[in-house]
Design a protein around this ligand. Structure first.
Ligand code: R5P
Length: 299
């Protein structure tokens, strides 16, 4: 029986303090259930509202991509600097320590290799396996304007239905066909379709003109895709512009693991994304770390 003597209701119940009812920190995500929000918080850092995802899923359609030949040697040392990893279940199980403590965005679509029509993908993972792996999200390519557009959209909507059932967010990845114009108009279309049909966040490419209209017209968070390897300064500038034009972070692959100094590069990207430092400062930071890395290896 609880002690009733000396009960001070005002003190114990804080009756004059309203119960906190803070909104969730990511746009478009307030109506999501607790588990879904918790998983998104393993990808996006609540303090900054942003993420640095390291994309290493390229092998699912193009085999051992340059820089990913030996993920145990080249990628595992970068893991501590990422907020989340985007990868296949094969690479996750075989190579990434289960104790890494990072968000996992699981590649959940696949099928064709680079030798075939890439848009002809299907769902490539069972929800039970995604749950077994304790993933934070599932990622699916959406080929708007591609030959198998409807099939890829259907892959996404099926994953969204399954993800909603079990509390696993879905990342819609806007995949651009070879002959398509990469402009704001195209990405507004593709991102909006992903969000309208239920994607919880969207990955898309940066465009020099009008990227802010892509982020503004998409009701869920957008992460910027890295794309082909650029000089380090340019990649840092692209990340800076993207987050200042509304992106909730980046999902970079080649611009990190194909860099001359991948560990230095991912740390510089973090500075841009989480601390909003200018590209020139970030590049200086990168060069400093790169020089230190070289010295260590020279010893
Ligand atoms: C996109 O189609 C795949 O998810 C890629 O494997 C990944 O996003 C590519 O990353 P990045 O373009 O930064 O190398």
């Amino acid at each position: 029986m609880p002690d009733v003597d000396g009960l001070n209701e005002n003190k114990e119940f804080f009756v004059d303090v309203p119960v906190s009812n803070a909104p969730f920190f990511l746009k478009g995500s307030n109506a999501l259930d607790w588990g879904m929000q918790n998983r998104l918080s393993r990808i996006f850092t609540p303090a900054s509202g942003k993420t640095v995802m390291l994309a290493i899923d390229h092998g699912y359609f193009q085999g051992p991509t340059s820089g990913l030949e030996r993920c145990d040697i080249n990628i595992v040392p970068l893991v501590p600097f990422a907020d989340a990893l985007m990868l296949t279940r094969g690479m996750l199980r075989t190579t990434i320590p289960s104790s890494a403590g990072k968000g996992v965005v699981l590649r959940a679509s696949g099928g064709p290799s680079i030798l075939k029509e890439l848009s002809n993908e299907q769902i490539a993972v069972d929800i039970e396996d995604a749950l077994r792996l304790n993933v934070s999200a599932m990622a699916v390519q959406v080929f708007i304007g591609g030959e198998f557009e409807t099939q890829s959209v259907h892959n996404m909507t099926r994953l969204v239905d399954i993800g909603n059932r079990y509390g696993i967010p879905v990342l819609g990845v806007t995949a651009v066909g070879k002959n398509m114009t990469r402009d704001a108009r195209y990405f507004r279309l593709a991102c909006r379709i992903c969000a309208e049909l239920g994607a919880h966040f969207v990955k898309t490419y940066y465009v020099d003109k009008g990227f802010e209209t892509v982020t503004a017209s998409c009701p869920v968070p957008i992460v910027m895709a890295g794309g082909k390897k650029l000089p380090e300064y340019d990649a840092l500038e692209m990340a800076y512009r993207a987050v200042n034009e509304g992106a909730a972070g980046v999902d970079m692959g080649r611009n990190i693991f194909q860099s001359e100094a991948p560990a230095a590069m991912i740390q510089a990207v973090r500075k841009v994304v989480h601390e909003n430092i200018k590209p020139s400062e970030a590049f200086e930071f990168y060069q400093g770390l790169k020089a230190a890395e070289k010295k260590t290896f020279a010893k």
